[in-house]
Design a protein around this ligand. Structure first.
Ligand SMILES: [Zn+2]
Length: 340
């Protein structure tokens, strides 16, 4: 099969990789109609997360089940399925509590590399959710978004306790931040402030439900949020970047007693204890337990209540994955879809 492999900083190649096979009896093999590049793939792409050997890339996926292992009971060949970037058994106490991304048997799909024509999905019964039928082509981008960026934005909004009567601020205008705006809207938030300085992303944020745009960042961004909220700060703030600046911007934009949902993959963030102590805010974040939300997200997409696939503003054949990465690295694209 063809698949994307990272050789070093800014060196992505599409090459022949071995077809995946059933290794564990709980595995499934899927054929992907399309795959995509994640903002978090840019960390190794830029060399910020160094790699020691050529590395298959990708952790987002949807597809048709080709084959299942002997212990797979619920997932069947021929079904169209969506799964999360963490495989999970969905039965252990951590999964049962809704934190499938930290399942005691969790396996990171990034180690499998789903920017490819086929993928092996571990713990298929726990990980995969089947759609009601084979989806029409126009739903595939939205279902693919559910695999990670929609689920992550949704978790950020849920962790920030976005809901009726709440003012929600979103730090970060990548796909996850934009979809946190969509999630906040779906969860009934009253006012949704997208923090973005890029005009096309502001437009999409408004389409997804943002009521206000703040272009300032850092302390100036915090001051703007305070100005808009009677000096109190937002009830709910989603952090969708993962840097020191964005995390502090999120915490400082939140009112005492408010909630921060942080879903940007943390890189070098250190929280000052004394400031945290007196901020008196709730903090919840981490790798999103996308599996918790998938049945609801699939239902919303299937019934055309939401169109998260709009975050894909560049579509290329898998063979041109390198250009897909480049466009995102240079912020020419929000998110790249790769047709397999
Ligand atoms: Zn589990």
């Amino acid at each position: 099969m063809r698949g994307a492999v990272l050789y070093g900083p800014r060196d992505v190649r599409v090459e022949e990789r071995p077809d995946p096979t059933i290794i564990e009896p709980t595995d499934a093999i899927i054929r992907l109609p399309a795959t995509c590049v994640c903002g978090s793939d840019l960390w190794p792409y830029r060399g910020i997360e160094p790699i020691s050997a050529p590395t298959p890339m990708g952790h987002e996926y949807v597809g048709v089940v080709e084959e299942v292992g002997s212990a797979v009971k619920n997932i069947k060949p021929g079904q169209f399925v969506v799964g999360s970037f963490f495989a999970s058994d969905n039965t252990c106490p951590i999964c049962q509590a809704g934190y499938q991304s930290r399942c005691v048997h969790a396996e990171l799909m990034g180690e499998i590399g789903t920017q490819a024509q086929f993928a092996r999905i571990p713990l298929a019964d726990g990980t995969l959710v089947a759609t009601p039928d084979i989806p029409p082509d126009d739903l595939i981008p939205s279902l693919l978004a559910a695999s990670d960026v929609l689920g992550a934005g949704w978790f950020g909004a849920v962790a920030a306790e976005a809901g009726p009567g709440k003012t929600v601020a979103v730090v970060g205008d990548g796909a996850v931040g934009l979809l946190a705006v969509l999630a906040a809207k779906q969860l009934g938030a009253e006012r949704i402030i997208a923090m973005s300085r890029h005009e096309p992303r502001q437009r999409l944020a408004r389409e997804f439900g943002a009521t206000d745009i703040v272009t300032e960042r850092g302390d100036e961004g915090v001051a703007r949020i305070k100005d808009m909220t009677d000096r109190l700060g937002a009830h709910s703030v989603v952090e969708a970047v993962g840097t020191q600046e964005s995390m502090m911007q999120a915490i400082r934009s939140t009112r005492p007693g408010g909630h921060v949902g942080y879903v940007g993959v943390s890189h070098g963030v250190e929280l000052p204890g004394e400031e945290l102590f007196f901020a008196e805010v709730h903090l919840l974040g981490g790798p999103a337990p996308v599996r918790r939300f998938l049945p609801n997200l699939i239902d919303l997409i299937w019934n055309r209540k939401i169109t998260p696939g709009k975050v894909f503003d560049l579509e290329l054949p898998l063979e041109q994955a390198a250009e897909g990465y480049r466009a995102m690295d240079e912020r020419r694209a929000i998110k790249t879809l790769l047709k397999c």
